[in-house]
Design a protein around this ligand. Structure first.
Ligand code: TRP
Length: 455
């Protein structure tokens, strides 16, 4: 059975599902805090440029590979290599994505567990009237408690596997169909709330009046790396979902829609967070704790904070959940297609491996002595296992995977195969081809060199 026997029921469904895979903690948790660390508006402009000049072209290439190959990522790339009469070793571009995506998921499900755990905290109004210090304490205690971390990441993994086990039509579509629109509506409502009740003027000038003096070359490269992460590129997902895409659908237009939806969620998230941050005189550049430490302070002080806070964390769980579903799906699809597993068996196996891998991150956050390390891992000083997995994925596998896709499609695959699959020969194709052949390899090489400390 090839993957193609299961298809998205419509182009709209593919857009919703692929957007669900792209939108996640990267948009709502990571984007606002790295933007805060890198100077606001100027960083945002660079990030937008990276999305449009590099992210979208690679996204198009990945969806194209998936649809033409109609198999799981590694085998799809291999099928195209065979069709093009080039070395099948290029299939590594697909396999790297599976490995990278699975490793990302091992810590992603732990952070998704944080979001889950914050739902009951918000619902019961436990932030109400607390000081910044007390809320920092709550986060510190929670994020270092082994049992709590284990419980919530296990919940995320089990729920993800249950949905994926039901299959694309029965499981994924049914869940994603209402999850994504609900997420969007919640964000719009929260942004409106924040605009009225927060310091909208300050947030607007922070976001939309770029101060280029704060922008360094390092920030530019962070923005480029995040463009990859946020669109779920080089993680197998977009190729896998592309394999479910009906033949007549325009890959160009669909990919642009996905990127626009993903970007608008990130911008909306920033518009929820920054008016609140400034209204309560909090630090925009405080780092990864921004959501889990800063927002609860605002929720604790604003009227109806328990309600607003609950909505926010529920929304974050939704966003993370559609990403974890996508991730497991690409591994499950491969096990079912190539290794003869049933969907349920494949979910059980990949869920178990994932759960074991997630223990590395759980133990790291719990601060176990055995997880502590200290060495320079390809240009980054790592201090625990989580740091190693994080850098192995975002620092190495994503940039290298993206580079491999761009070189394969831009330099190995004959141009006419791309023209045929994309059903385009006009200016749009020409633009995309320049981006995939030149812009992407050069830019990704720069990111890679920077991340590995070569320059
Ligand atoms: N794009 C996701 C986010 O912004 C993160 C991510 C990267 C991802 N690679 C992935 C999610 C692969 C699912 C599958 O949160």
């Amino acid at each position: 059975m090839t993957i193609a026997s299961q298809q998205w029921s419509s182009r709209f469904m593919f857009i919703i599902a692929a957007t669900g895979a792209a939108v996640g903690l990267g948009n709502i948790w990571k984007f606002p805090y790295i933007m805060g660390q890198h100077g606001g508006g100027a960083f945002m402009l660079v990030y937008l440029a990276c999305i449009f000049a590099i992210g979208i072209p690679v996204l198009i290439a990945e969806v194209m590979i998936g649809r033409r190959g109609r198999q799981s990522p590694g085998l799809s790339v291999k099928a195209l290599a065979v069709e093009a009469n080039v070395n099948p070793i290029w299939q590594i571009a697909g396999w790297m994505g599976l490995v990278g995506g699975f490793l990302i998921l091992s810590f992603y499900s732990v952070i998704a567990g944080w979001a889950f755990a914050y739902v009951p905290k918000a619902v019961t109004g436990s932030f109400s009237g607390l000081s910044a210090q007390q809320i920092g304490q709550i986060f510190g205690d929670f994020s270092s408690d082994f049992n709590g971390l284990l419980l919530w990441s296990t919940v995320v993994i089990v729920l993800t596997c249950l949905v994926v086990a039901k299959g694309v039509k029965n499981g994924l579509e049914r869940v994603i169909r209402w999850m994504m629109p609900a997420l969007y509506l919640l964000l719009v409502a929260l942004a409106a709330y924040a605009a009225v009740n927060g310091d909208f003027a300050k947030a607007a000038s922070f976001m939309f009046a770029p101060d280029f003096s704060k922008l360094t070359m390092g920030s530019v490269l962070v923005a480029l790396g995040h463009a990859f992460f946020t669109l779920s590129l080089a993680s197998g997902v977009m190729m896998t979902y592309g394999a479910y895409l009906p033949a007549k659908v325009s890959i160009f237009r669909t990919s642009i829609w996905i990127a626009l939806a993903d970007t608008s969620v990130a911008l909306l998230a920033a518009m929820v967070i920054y008016p609140l941050v400034f209204a309560y005189q909090l630090d925009a550049g405080q780092g990864p704790g921004l959501i889990f430490v800063t927002l609860p302070i605002a929720f604790g002080q604003m009227p109806a904070g328990a309600l607003v806070g609950s909505l926010f964390f529920i929304m974050l769980v939704f966003a993370a959940f559609t990403s974890t579903i996508a991730m497991i799906e690409s591994v499950v699809a491969w096990l079912v297609q190539s290794k003869g597993f049933s969907r349920a068996g494949a979910c059980l196996l990949s869920g178990s491996v994932l759960w074991l891998l997630s223990l590395l991150t759980v133990c790291s956050f719990a601060g176990f002595e055995a997880t502590k390390v200290s060495f320079n891992f390809v240009g980054k000083q790592v201090s625990n296992w989580f740091d190693i997995i994080d850098h192995l994925t975002s620092g190495l596998l994503l940039p290298l995977g993206g580079l491999a896709v761009a070189i394969f499609v831009g330099w190995q695959l004959p141009k006419n195969i791309s023209q045929d699959e994309l059903a385009s020969r006009g200016w749009a194709f020409a633009l995309w081809y320049v981006a995939i052949r030149w812009l992407t390899p050069v830019a990704v090489t720069l990111v890679f060199l920077n991340l590995t400390g070569v320059m």
